[in-house]
Design a protein around this ligand. Structure first.
Ligand SMILES: [Fe+2]
Length: 340
């Protein structure tokens, strides 16, 4: 029997998947990893529905829109899903406890890949990024890592669960508290004055990301913890060798930023050694009756919101620092200059 998606599945198309029609009425779905070809009814259906695969419609809705047999859509969607060209946003619906944990892990892996598929990364890894973008990314990343001093502290202070959980949240904050300094030292070794980086106003999307995490930490302990599942998620398992390769390559193409990449590398190694793969949220899912389907909904929404903020973070870095007249570091407002 051919595997099919459920009629209630809500497929969202990956930004990595390019869908186009062919001259003979079929369709081609292409990502960096593979190329799928569809002909006949399946091909024309894919082209017809490509614009609606945004997670808003169920398979049933799509069948009604295309006036076709739902089982045909279900079969096509399953094929796309197996190859990672679409993801089912309904997979986390009405789940609780360990089931939610497993489903949310899958969804976090999807969003991690979407974030990594951003054109910022493509440009950076190709060696075509300008120095302003390379250093601008470093400065915005510093602001984000430094923000742990606010949102992780707020998560501990506002923890609404028991003492043991609060202590774990506090311990994580203590481990992360100094990490911004690692980035700062790397930027200093590239010639940037300490104050110039610290005082540089973060880009609007960096501030939005920081504010999002802070607000959540003040208001919803379990949803906050769920967002760490996305922060810990990467499309490939992180290893010492993988990190050395990644930063070695960036240093080779942008030698002027070598000390900054060394700092990024040092930081990534600390986090790998800390072994944060199993999160506090994962453990909360085992507590009887705690992560109900209603609470799970809030956790899912929090993760999706964070994924969106990360994507906007890279959008903003790309557009601001990629512009011809970008100033790096951004200049702080100097009140004295207006009163002299
Ligand atoms: Fe860290």
């Amino acid at each position: 029997m051919t595997a099919v998606a459920a009629l209630g599945a809500r497929p969202i198309r990956s930004a990595r998947a390019d869908i186009r029609g062919t001259a003979d009425g079929g369709a081609v779905v292409e990502t960096d990893d593979y190329m799928l070809e569809f002909d006949g009814a399946a091909g024309s259906l894919i082209v017809q529905l490509a614009g609606r695969l945004d997670g808003g419609d169920t398979v049933q809705d799509l069948a009604a829109a295309a006036a076709c047999d739902p089982s045909l859509i279900a079969e096509v969607i399953k094929t796309l899903q197996v190859h990672g060209a679409v993801f089912d946003l309904a997979a986390v619906d009405n789940r609780s406890g360990g089931e939610l944990r497993a489903a949310l892990r899958q969804e976090c892996a999807f969003w991690a890949k979407e974030i990594q598929a951003h054109s910022f990364w493509r440009t950076l890894l190709s060696g075509a990024a300008n120095p302003e973008t390379v250093f601008g990314w470093g400065i915005e990343q510093f602001h984000y890592v430094e923000a742990a001093n606010e949102y992780m502290a707020a998560a501990a202070a506002n923890c609404r669960l028991d003492h043991g959980v609060r202590m774990r949240i506090g311990k994580r904050f203590a481990e992360e508290a100094e990490h911004g300094d690692i980035f700062l030292r790397g930027l200093e070794r590239c010639g940037f004055a300490h104050e110039a980086v610290v005082d540089a106003p973060p880009l609007p999307a960096t501030n939005a990301l920081k504010d999002y995490l802070f607000e959540l930490a003040c208001s919803d302990t379990i949803a906050t913890e769920a967002t760490f599942n996305l922060m810990q998620s990467s499309s490939e398992p992180l290893t010492k060798e993988g990190l050395a390769r990644f930063y070695g390559e960036l240093t080779r193409v942008y030698p002027f930023a070598g000390p900054m990449f060394q700092a990024f590398h040092d930081h990534a190694l600390i986090d790998v050694e800390a072994g944060h793969e199993r999160t506090i949220f994962d453990d909360l899912c085992d507590a009887p009756g705690l992560v109900t389907s209603v609470v799970g909904r809030r956790a899912v929404d929090a993760v999706r919101g964070l994924a969106e903020h990360f994507i906007l973070f890279f959008d903003n870095i790309e557009t601001y620092y990629g512009a011809r007249d970008a100033i790096v570091p951004r200049r702080a407002v100097d009140m004295d200059a207006f009163t002299r």
